[in-house]
Design a protein around this ligand. Structure first.
Ligand code: GDP
Length: 362
């Protein structure tokens, strides 16, 4: 699966967010293939399309697709030098696919701030500098290693080394690599280095419940993200924690009182999904209606492989109905009669919402 690491300074609301995410979570027993560690939460992707499909197919089970969130122990300045849980922290981030950086944008005299004032710009810098310093370390070690390899005249090693030397000053200034303006080819060259500041990143601006508008702290986060090409999700973690405690019926009432259409967590989860370039296809049988995650651009056999590697190996064809057609025409039979049921081969690129049945050899 794909996962998103939650980082941020101490006391900004990371655990509150993580707990809300996991409380609204699902029964772990539905996901025996996932290893669940205490700091890992498996969170269902909110997707109303599953409800529509289930109304039509009336399956025994409905299974959403999921995102994993990892709560990463608090960072202190100096982590890249091994202070506090520094090294462990950085190692944990290296294993994540994307980063959700929680930034405190709420005022509350009862909640101590590590530097005694709410200052999102300074907070973001503190974290980004630690991440950049960790990257600087990787850059320097990379240059040394490639210098040895390049002696043999290896062209790719030379190109990588030249690129590392170009990015070195940027990283040394504490700037994230995502703001360097790397081309796709350059990103490919850097892939193996696992740079932390090149991971897709979103800022979660933890605001006061009335802090979604006219909030100078939030404006600052928006401005920083715009410069870096990062995403911002404003959310009030305290309210989210309260919402997550409620039973479904109470939850709907509480949301209505707050004038919210959905929990803010849903926006966080969706943003994480989008950040990773993921999309969903469905299988819709009477036993189970289920959502599956694939990267945008995945072919039909690759999609089949998410269900089982044998499905990919023995792939013959995919029967496909677009979600809109499936729902508008009342299911597979209706789609067939209307000519909206297609047989696709192994070159077919899956689209978001496709309802798919794979044919395969065993
Ligand atoms: P962490 O150290 O980043 O994991 O922060 P916590 O989630 O433990 O939160 C630190 C303190 O801030 C706790 O007392 C929370 O109740 C409080 N807190 C978290 N989010 C909010 C919020 O949105 N508003 C307010 N007023 N307090 C919050």
């Amino acid at each position: 699966g794909f996962n998103c690491g939650i980082v941020g300074l101490p006391n900004v609301g990371k655990s509150t967010l993580f707990n809300a995410l996991t409380k609204s979570g699902i029964d772990a027993e539905n996901f025996p293939f996932c290893t669940i560690e205490p700091n890992t939460g498996i969170v269902p992707m909110p997707d109303p399309r599953l409800d529509r499909l289930s109304e039509i197919v009336k399956p025994e089970k409905v299974i959403p697709t999921t995102m994993e969130f990892v709560d990463i122990a608090g960072l202190v300045a100096g982590a890249s030098k091994g202070e506090g849980l520094g090294n462990q922290f950085l190692a944990n981030i290296r294993e994540t696919d994307a980063i959700a950086h929680v930034v405190r944008c709420f005022e509350d005299d009862n909640v101590i701030h590590v530097s005694n004032q709410v200052d999102p710009r300074a907070d973001i810098e503190t974290i980004n500098i630690e991440l950049a310093l960790a990257d600087l370390d990787s850059v320097e070690r990379g240059i040394q290693r490639l210098a040895r390899v390049a002696k043999g005249g290896d062209k790719e090693a030379l190109a990588s080394k030249a690129l590392l030397e170009r990015i070195q000053p940027h990283v040394a200034e504490g700037q994230p690599l995502r703001s360097f303006g790397l081309s796709d080819d350059e990103k490919k060259l850097l892939k193996g280095f696992g740079f932390l500041t090149l991971k897709p990143t979103m800022y979660i601006a933890n605001v006061h419940e009335e802090g979604f508008e006219n909030n100078p702290h939030l404006d600052i986060v928006n401005a920083i993200a715009a410069e870096e090409g990062a995403v911002v999700v404003p959310v009030c973690n305290k309210i989210e924690a309260e919402i997550a405690e409620l039973e479904e019926e109470e939850r709907a009432m509480f949301l209505e009182e707050l004038g919210m259409e959905e929990p803010g967590l849903d926006r966080v989860i969706r943003a994480g999904y989008g950040l990773l370039g993921l999309q969903t296809y469905f299988t819709a049988g009477v036993k189970e209606v289920r959502a599956w995650t694939v990267p945008v651009g995945a072919t039909a056999p690759q999609g089949a492989g998410v269900i089982h590697t044998d499905f990919q190996k023995g792939f013959i064809r995919a029967e496909v109905v677009a979600y809109e057609d499936f729902v508008a025409l009342g299911g597979e039979q209706g789609a067939k009669e209307a000519g909206k049921w297609r047989l696709e081969g192994k070159e077919y690129v899956l689209k978001d919402g496709d309802v798919v049945h794979f044919r395969f050899n065993v």
